[in-house]
Ligand binder design. Structure first.
Ligand code: BTN
Length: 314
């Protein structure tokens, strides 16, 4: 018990030094019990600095550990935390959703089998933030709006926590400084008895406190991280809480104007890839169902809901 209490005290001090003596008197235990608790927390991987004859402090500001994540998130949603996953948090959430009907969240500090859209993989090294939110159908927006509302929610959470503006590449990629920062993969859960969607898993991966050296070479020119852009570490727990609260709230609201403002494909030339065939077009608008309205070279317009769009190099 002392261990948890010592951790909570150190967390509340936000990196400030505290003497063993004052911890011992505040918690009503001996200094020896404090020293044992600190050593045990260090064994668990908590970055505690011990200053001789002065006391203890938590050195890292971004403390992404199970106890910390769960204590922050329990007031928001039932949360499952994994230090690492061999597979993907979306798959883990799918397995849990088979027996849970209420909303829940799966969070991991790294995953080996991160899944992207269109069957691609999603590089998910330590330092990033990877989570899959399961929401039953009555908490979801309609159709394509599930993902666009989630993208905007996540965009606003990132702006609030980092103080830096983001851009959205329709449908659901979030960019910063012209490079990809976030990927979103939404997977529907079909109830065969109901014959419809019983819920969806909204999987979000954010490159937070990572460096380019953490990623494979082929990604180095196209992605970025919050640490790179903001020049400092970002508190992942704070970002997670803010993003999850907003993703839930925004499912049931109309935020398309805010989405359009951040959508950087509008007015640009692009290539539309449909079932392996490529067409040149210009993005002219986003309609009220979050579909991208493109105009082809022959002047015909089409509302796209899920085709892949590749922007031309400027
Ligand atoms: C994409 O950019 O193509 C979508 C990437 C989605 C990645 C997130 S990370 C959390 C969740 N678990 C996964 O395996 N994928 C999503």
């Amino acid at each position: 018990m002392t261990k948890k209490e010592v951790l909570n005290k150190l967390l509340a001090l936000n990196g400030k030094l505290v003497s063993g003596e004052s911890l011992a008197s505040e918690l009503g235990v001996s200094r020896m019990a404090i020293s044992k608790a600190v050593n045990s927390l260090k064994d668990d991987g908590y970055p505690i600095i011990v200053k001789e004859r002065k006391g203890y402090m938590l050195s890292s500001f971004d403390l992404f550990k199970k106890d910390v994540v769960l204590s922050e998130m329990t007031s928001v949603i039932k949360t499952y935390f994994y230090e690492s996953l061999r597979g993907s948090s979306n798959n883990e959430a799918k397995a849990i959703a088979a027996s849970h009907k209420d909303p829940f969240l799966v969070v991991t500090a790294m995953q080996e089998g991160g899944k992207g859209r269109l069957g691609r993989s999603f590089s998910s090294p330590l330092g990033g933030l990877y989570f899959s939110l399961y929401l039953p159908s009555d908490m979801l927006a309609d159709g394509d709006l599930i993902t666009t509302n989630a993208a905007l929610a996540c965009a606003l959470a990132i702006e609030e926590v980092s103080g830096h503006d983001v851009q959205i590449k329709w449908v659901n990629d979030i960019y910063m400084g012209g490079k990809k920062l976030v990927g979103i993969l939404t997977e529907g859960i079909v109830d065969l008895e109901l014959g419809g969607l019983s819920g969806a898993i909204i999987g979000i991966g954010i490159n937070v406190n990572t460096d380019l050296s953490d990623y494979p070479d082929e990604l180095k020119g196209t992605i970025t991280s919050l640490k790179i852009e903001a020049g400092r570490e970002i508190d992942r727990v704070k970002l997670l809480k803010n993003a999850v609260e907003k993703v839930i709230e925004f499912q049931k609201k109309d935020y398309l104007d805010e989405y359009r403002k951040r959508c950087f494909v509008l007015g640009k030339s692009l290539t539309v890839n449909k079932m392996g065939r490529k067409f040149e077009a210009k993005a002219v608008d986003i309609d009220d169902r979050a579909r991208l309205i493109v105009e082809y070279e022959d002047g015909k317009r089409e509302a796209l809901s899920s085709a892949e769009v590749t922007l031309h190099k400027e």
